[in-house]
Design a protein around this ligand. Structure first.
Ligand SMILES: [Zn+2]
Length: 297
C-alpha cells in the first residue's frame, strides 16, 4: 500500500460516521456499519462487517454499552489496531446514569456533549493520518461551529413551548441527554436499552402520568416498534384521555443516506422541530436549516 493511500475508518453508527465523512471530506474512507432504522442495541456484526473491520486502519464506536452485541469483537480488534469508544472518552460527571448503575449511551442527543465525543473521533483520525491532520482539524472547527449554531436555535425554540407542556414521551429512554440539555421532562416506556421488554405495570404508571399531567402527544421512534406506544394511547383512551402520536423521532439511527435527515444536523433539526411544534412551541415547519420541506405534518 502506498504511504499516501486513504485510510479506512469504520464507524458503527451514522451519528459518528456521517459527521466524520463531512469532516474528512474525501481524504479518508469512512465506512458505516449501521444505516437507517437499525437498532444498535440489538445489532449483530455480519460477516461483511467483520471483513470491513479487518481492513480498517481505525475503528470508532459509541461505547457505554450501546453496541451491546459487538463488545467482544471490539475488544478483540483493539489488540491489533486503534479502536476508540468515543462516548467513553467523556468525563463521568457529564454522563447520565440510569437506574443508578449504567451510563446512558445516547450522548448524540446533546449536540454540545456529542461535539466533545466527535472531537475524540477527529483526534483518533488525525493520529492515524498525520499528513492530513491540519485539514481534519480545520474542517472539524467549521463543523462544530455549525453544530453550536443549531444548538442555540434549538434552545431558543424549546423555550417557546408552554412550561406545562414540556414533556417528551417516547418508546424507549433515548432522550435523557436531550431533556437535560433543553429542559424537557423525558418519560419512556422502555429503559435505555431496547434489549429488555417493558412491563404492563410500566405502561399503567405512564398512563397515570399522561392523564394527571394532561399530556396529549407521545412520540414514536424510527428504530422501535410502535406497539408499546399504541398500548399507552389505548390505556389513556380507556380513562377518557385522548393522546395522539406527535410524530416519529430519530432516536438511535438517523434518516436515509443522501437525505437531510440522514445527516446528524438534519436528524437533530427534524427532532427538535417535531418536538417543538407538536408541544405547542414555535419552530419553522421547514426546520432551522430550511431543508425539512418534505415533512408530512
Ligand atoms: Zn437506544
Amino acid at each position: 500500500m502506498p504511504a499516501n493511500a486513504r485510510k479506512n475508518v469504520v464507524a458503527t453508527i451514522a451519528q459518528i460516521g456521517e459527521p466524520l465523512t463531512t469532516i474528512a471530506a474525501g481524504k479518508a474512507n469512512i465506512i458505516m456499519l449501521m444505516g437507517e432504522g437499525v437498532d444498535p442495541h440489538l445489532y449483530r456484526l455480519t460477516r461483511s462487517d467483520v471483513a470491513k473491520l479487518n481492513r480498517a486502519d481505525l475503528v470508532l464506536y459509541n461505547g457505554l454499552h450501546l453496541e451491546a452485541q459487538m463488545l467482544g469483537m471490539m475488544e478483540r480488534f483493539a489488540r491489533r489496531k486503534p479502536v476508540v469508544a468515543i462516548a467513553d472518552t467523556l468525563a463521568d460527571r457529564n454522563l447520565l446514569t440510569w437506574a443508578g448503575k449504567t451510563h446512558d449511551p445516547h450522548v448524540w442527543m446533546d449536540p454540545q456533549l456529542w461535539s466533545h465525543a466527535l472531537a475524540a473521533a477527529v483526534d483518533a483520525l488525525a493520529a492515524v493520518d498525520t499528513p492530513n491532520a491540519p485539514f481534519y482539524r480545520a474542517n472539524a472547527g467549521r463543523y462544530f461551529a455549525k453544530l453550536s449554531a443549531l444548538d442555540r436555535r434549538a434552545r431558543a425554540a424549546v423555550k417557546t413551548i408552554p412550561a406545562h407542556r414540556r414533556a417528551l414521551v417516547t418508546a424507549h429512554d433515548a432522550f435523557g441527554y436531550f431533556g437535560r440539555s433543553y429542559g424537557l421532562d423525558v418519560l419512556a416506556i422502555q429503559g435505555i436499552s431496547t434489549e429488555s421488554e417493558a412491563g404492563i405495570r410500566k405502561i399503567e404508571t405512564l398512563v397515570d402520568t399522561l392523564v394527571r399531567r394532561k399530556i396529549a402527544a407521545v412520540f414514536v421512534e424510527t428504530t422501535v416498534s410502535e406497539r408499546n406506544v399504541r398500548a399507552l394511547i389505548e390505556g389513556a383512551a380507556a380513562r377518557g384521555h385522548a393522546v395522539h402520536i406527535g410524530g416519529a423521532l430519530f432516536s438511535d439511527a438517523m434518516g436515509a443516506k443522501g437525505h437531510y435527515t440522514g445527516t446528524y444536523l438534519g436528524m437533530f433539526d427534524h427532532n427538535v422541530t417535531t418536538v417543538v411544534r407538536t408541544l405547542g412551541g414555535n419552530a419553522p415547519a421547514s426546520g432551522f436549516g430550511g431543508q425539512l420541506a418534505e415533512r408530512a405534518n
